[in-house]
Design a binder for this molecule. Structure first.
Ligand code: PEP
Ligand code: MN
Length: 358
């Protein structure tokens, strides 16, 4: 595809902290909530060696009524962080007005969030106002839905506006149902992005992927092992009181511990075929387990219905039809009759067990 070609020319970002091949670390609270909270976080993060500070000023919330960020006034707090600590500062922009205000405030790094990169109109509007600001550093998070072309298109629009200091941030993808992680990593998508834009800096955001504090360390290590160039991590001095994304923010001292324990291995990024393939197997297994759990919850629902209507738990005719249909379907997908039968029997047995236990 012609439009994919120019992303191949994008060179790696070179930002403070990346000297001698170290991963870039961008850290800071999900949101700038007050001047005090912003400065407290910045000072504590500076003290543990963080050189690029993040904070959301305008927060895109999925549901109305949530905390939507402190808006323009918070840009002043980021300016203060920059002046006082010397850290670079980064914030999310979602509209043309946000971009203008952030540029006026001298914000060093702008990023587009997952809800914005999913919208080509918004991305084009933003790209149009970025024209003439070649010095700016722009990061594009993956869109909420697992669509590589949408991500590429968003990056391409910014690149076409003359921005060469461009990077991507992998923050996982929304998916239905209960999963271990808040956002499904689907690692093969950033790997494919790496193949198409080999020089471009690709960061991982373990906070938004994991959705819980305890996942930040392990996901950060996995990301480095898979060749990501750095991490964007949410950190708040008092995470339990945070106005957004409370469960996934870590204190600066926990972050210090996470960073100190990270092993930075040498080796060409994204080159270890086996690591990549195993990661895809893990992705498949996470999906399988989530689907099985969903199936069991439907089975329990059916169990309650049967009980209320005085029906038997096992209905042999339905069972036979189901197995037969699944074997046929499995055959089309290249699965042997014996395998499909054994798997479906095991699943059915567990459904029956759960229905009997109600
Ligand atoms: C964020 O970084 O706080 C944020 C809103 O992220 P995302 O766009 O990945 O949801
Ligand atoms: Mn957040």
């Amino acid at each position: 595809m012609g439009t994919r070609m120019t992303l191949q020319d994008i060179a790696p970002l070179s930002l403070p902290g990346m000297e001698s091949g170290m991963p870039l670390v961008i850290a800071g609270p999900c949101s700038a909530e007050s001047e005090q909270q912003t400065l407290d976080a910045a000072r504590a993060l500076k003290a543990i060696g963080v050189k690029v500070f993040r904070a959301g000023v305008w927060k895109p919330r999925t549901m109305p009524g949530g905390f939507e960020g402190m808006g323009d006034q918070a840009l002043g707090w980021l300016q203060k962080v920059k002046r006082e600590t010397g850290m670079m500062v980064a914030t999310e922009v979602a509209t043309v007005d946000h971009v203008r205000a952030a540029l006026d405030a001298g914000i060093d790094i702008l990023w587009m969030g997952a809800r914005t990169s999913a919208n080509p109109f918004a991305m084009q509007d933003i790209a149009d106002v970025l024209h003439g600001h070649e010095e700016l550093i722009v990061l594009v998070k993956n869109p909420v839905n697992p669509d590589l072309d949408l991500w590429l298109g968003a990056l391409q629009r910014i690149h076409n506006a003359g921005i060469t200091r461009l990077g991507a941030v992998h923050r996982g993808f929304s998916s239905a149902g209960e999963h271990m992680y808040r956002n499904d990593p689907q690692w093969h998508i950033p790997f494919e992005l790496r193949r198409l834009a080999p020089g471009m800096t690709i960061l991982c955001d373990p906070s938004h992927i994991g959705g819980k504090r305890e996942f930040v360390g392990p996901l950060s290590q996995s990301a480095l092992d898979m060749g990501f160039d750095g991490l964007m991590i949410e950190s708040h001095c008092n995470p339990d009181q945070a106005l957004s994304d409370s469960a996934q923010q870590v204190t600066p001292s926990v972050l210090k511990d996470v960073l100190e324990h990270l092993v930075v291995r040498s080796g060409a990024p994204f080159d270890d075929e086996l690591v990549l393939l195993r990661q895809q197997i893990d992705d498949c297994d996470h999906e399988l387990l989530a689907v099985l759990a969903r199936r069991m919850s439907v089975a329990r629902e059916i169990g309650r219905f049967k009980r209320a209507n005085n029906l038997r738990v096992v209905q042999p005719a339905r069972y036979q039809d189901m197995i037969k249909a699944r074997i046929e379907e499995g055959d089309h997908l290249g699965l042997s009759e014996d395998f499909t039968q054994r798997v479906m029997q095991a699943i059915h047995e567990e459904s029956v067990r759960q229905q009997l236990e109600l």
